[in-house]
Design a protein around this ligand. Structure first.
Ligand code: NCD
Length: 301
């Protein structure tokens, strides 16, 4: 699959070969990063337009662009201080931005909105999270983190743990790993189960109790309760504490398990887990820069 000039809006755009190819590209970018970067994107400009809070995703898109010699313009608070405030449409905003830049990274709290801006845009738009729907680049960096540890995806047992209904990250993990021979364990309260669309094509079992499966797992990908996605945020309180990855739980896990979390974390990941060598969530932040370097190269060159 050739991504040159293409928007990356959904994990659906990837297949087995393009994922493996991206992993190889990321490995090469790891070397580039070690040298401090290069200038293959010299003269290229990215706009980071974020309608929703972000720490890692925005900084890592920007870092990736700068490490490859590109340039960045950024608005971290589009909802408050862009012409969207004056009721400009997303289509117009996309059209306008694309007259100035070569690529756009965008995040928005509502599903489908990144695609709307991309319709107006004359340059590629990269989905940096559209509400509770998808977060393709986080999914890709999660895969890269798995790849770095195991050098493969086939044959792994992966638990997706937490608010599977609302976590766009866990949606994207499922939708990308479905191209491999992965056995999933979906761990969540019943009301927060993975939506049917993301169960399509994966082999899985569901449980509310991670203790049942902990000893079999190769990967735990967990994410906080997505409080802001609940119609009534108070409703999410009852689920607090129902899926905590404790050091006690981890005593029953394989020694080469890896624990992923896109961060920010809440109670699901106590800080004493940080000292466990199986915890990979800070390494994931670095991997996020690497995978976005790889993706920007594929889209822009
Ligand atoms: C995630 C997100 O924004 O969906 N964070 C991230 O991109 N690193 C996860 C979350 O907010 O829980």
């Amino acid at each position: 699959m050739d991504f040159q000039g293409q928007s990356i809006l959904s994990t659906e755009q990837f297949d087995r070969d393009s994922l493996l190819d991206l992993m190889k590209e990321a490995e090469m970018m790891e070397e580039v990063f070690k040298q401090g970067g290069n200038d293959i994107l010299k003269g290229k400009l990215m706009a980071a337009v974020f309608f929703e809070p972000s720490t890692r995703t925005r900084f890592s898109f920007e870092t990736a662009m700068l490490r490859l010699g590109g340039m960045v313009v950024s608005n971290p608070d589009m909802m408050k201080n862009s012409s969207i405030k004056k009721n400009e449409t997303l289509w117009d905003t996309g059209k306008v931005l694309s007259q100035m830049v070569d690529v756009i990274a965008m995040r928005h709290p509502n599903p489908g909105t990144v695609a709307k801006l991309a319709e107006g845009s004359d340059v590629p738009v990269l989905n940096a999270g559209d509400g509770s729907n998808e977060h393709p680049t986080q999914g890709l960096l999660d895969l890269y983190t798995i790849w770095k540890k195991f050098g493969r995806f086939d044959g792994l047992k992966v638990a997706l743990v937490g608010d599977l209904k609302n976590s766009r990250v866990l949606h994207s993990d499922a939708d990308l790993l479905k191209h491999f021979d992965v056995e999933f364990v979906l761990v969540s309260p019943e009301e927060l189960a993975l939506p049917p669309k993301f169960k399509d094509g994966i082999s899985f079992r569901e449980t509310e109790n991670i203790h049942e499966v902990i000893g079999d797992l190769d990967v735990i990908s967990c994410n906080r309760l997505q409080e802001e996605r609940f119609e009534n945020p108070a409703d999410c309180q009852k689920y607090r504490g129902s899926f905590i990855i404790t050091t006690e739980l981890l005593k029953g896990a394989k020694s080469d398990l890896i624990i992923l979390n896109p961060l920010p974390r809440m109670e699901e990941l106590p800080t004493d887990v940080d000292d466990d060598p199986r915890a990979k969530y800070f390494e994931q932040v670095h991997n996020g820069v690497i995978i976005r370097m790889a993706l920007l190269k594929k889209v822009l060159l």
